[in-house]
Design a protein around this ligand. Structure first.
Ligand SMILES: Cc1cc2nc3c(=O)[nH]c(=O)nc-3n(C[C@H](O)[C@H](O)[C@H](O)COP(=O)(O)OP(=O)(O)OC[C@H]3O[C@@H](n4cnc5c(N)ncnc54)[C@H](O)[C@@H]3O)c2cc1C
Length: 335
């Protein structure tokens, strides 16, 4: 079997490794036009923390994606490869002065090793009038390390990577038996999918190796330590395609994060990044048979639209996509 994966972000690469486990004898290729630092995945803080509105096609499937994902990342975390793969444990607090519901997360409260209400003392850890809070223990996957690690693992196991822009699925007609579409935000154009919308985000990466905990607070404020930097965010601009760094966002992020953790005032700035989260409700993991005029039918498994939670949920949706590949290959899903 020849399988093509369109996309080399966290979704494409995680799927590629999952496919190699399931089909060790298949010819598996990644086709993409952007890699590593040029992907949205690179921008992500990479914390395992889906938003409460993250959705698959049903509640049951959504919960399975989240649980499968945590199990997958945690398995790598327990191996000697963990730090090379950019995966480590991370604990943190989420505070709110508005509502307790902001500090709760039914998608992960039963999945993470610890998710509990913050004590009165803990509500005073950070400056601010915090009335509600939760403490949780989770994982972080830093894509600056994970993407090259996963690429190397894929190549070592016989996978191939091609640098190519695919303007329509017809461009790769006949190259593969099945194509998995992991093109993130670009799936909007490729699939003419009006449900897929960008949610613009901007983050500052600062040097603060002394910070060991993550902090979340009202107004989209988050501080997430990784291996090489601390990610400070953020903002969510719905349907904004603006890829320019906004000095206003920079100032607002600095002000909010430094108010929450004052020690960050002296942390040197390493990088400012903007990314477009590929938001779709529901996240699309499904099979489509596409008729390419005058040529024939292409079998596509779509896997895109993870919004701000693609690092979190990549393994769960990848496992689902691999199951769809199996269904197509065994004839269970028919034309
Ligand atoms: C500021 C910010 C912070 C975030 N923080 C987190 C977080 O803490 N935790 C979390 O879970 N998620 C987070 N996210 C979300 C996460 O980054 C995305 O959900 C995830 O990166 C999507 O991955 P992807 O592989 O679908 O897309 P991408 O990383 O964009 O990869 C898409 C791939 O498809 C290829 N491609 C696209 N179109 C074509 C084409 N026509 N031809 C050939 N190749 C093509 C590209 O070249 C690229 O390789 C954050 C996002 C942002 C912007």
């Amino acid at each position: 079997m020849k399988i093509g994966i369109l996309g080399s972000g966290v979704i494409g690469l995680t799927t590629a490794l999952e496919l190699q486990k399931e089909y060790p004898n298949a010819t598996i290729s990644i086709v993409a036009d952007r890699f590593y630092k040029d992907t949205v995945s690179y921008v992500a803080a990479g914390i395992f923390r889906p938003g409460t509105a993250f959705s698959g096609p049903t509640e049951e499937i959504t919960k399975k994606w989240v649980a499968d994902s945590f199990e997958h990342w945690d398995e790598i975390r327990k191996t000697a490869e963990a730090s090379k793969a950019g995966i480590t444990e991370l604990s943190g607090y989420i505070f709110s002065s508005i509502s307790e519901s902001i500090t709760r997360n039914p998608l992960i409260e039963d999945v993470l090793p610890v998710y509990r209400r913050a004590t009165e003392e803990e509500l005073k850890i950070c400056p601010g009038d915090w009335k509600y809070g939760s403490f949780f223990s989770t994982l972080v996957t830093e894509c600056g390390l994970y993407l090259p690690w996963a690429t190397q693992k894929f190549l070592n196991a016989g996978g191939m990577v091609f640098n190519k822009k695919v303007n329509t699925f017809g461009d790769i007609y006949g190259d593969h038996d099945i194509v998995i579409n992991c093109t993130g935000m670009n799936a909007k154009e490729l699939c003419n999918d009006r449900k897929l919308v960008p949610v613009r985000g901007q983050i500052l990466k600062v040097d603060a190796p002394w910070l060991k905990m993550a902090y979340y607070a009202d107004y989209d404020t988050y501080i997430v330590p990784g291996f090489s930097a601390v990610t400070c965010g953020g903002c969510r601009n719905f349907e904004s395609w603006d890829m320019k760094v906004s000095p206003h966002d920079t100032a607002a992020i600095k002000e909010r994060c430094e108010a929450l953790v004052p020690g960050l005032k002296t942390a040197p700035l390493k990088e400012i990044r903007v990314g477009l989260r590929p938001h779709r409700d529901p996240c699309r993991v499904e099979t489509e048979f596409i008729d390419i005029p005058n040529r024939g039918i292409m079998r596509i498994v779509h896997q895109y639209g993870h919004g701000g939670y693609g690092v979190t949920c990549a393994p769960g949706t990848a496992k689902h996509a691999v199951k769809l590949v199996r269904d197509v290959w065994t004839g269970y899903s028919k034309l």
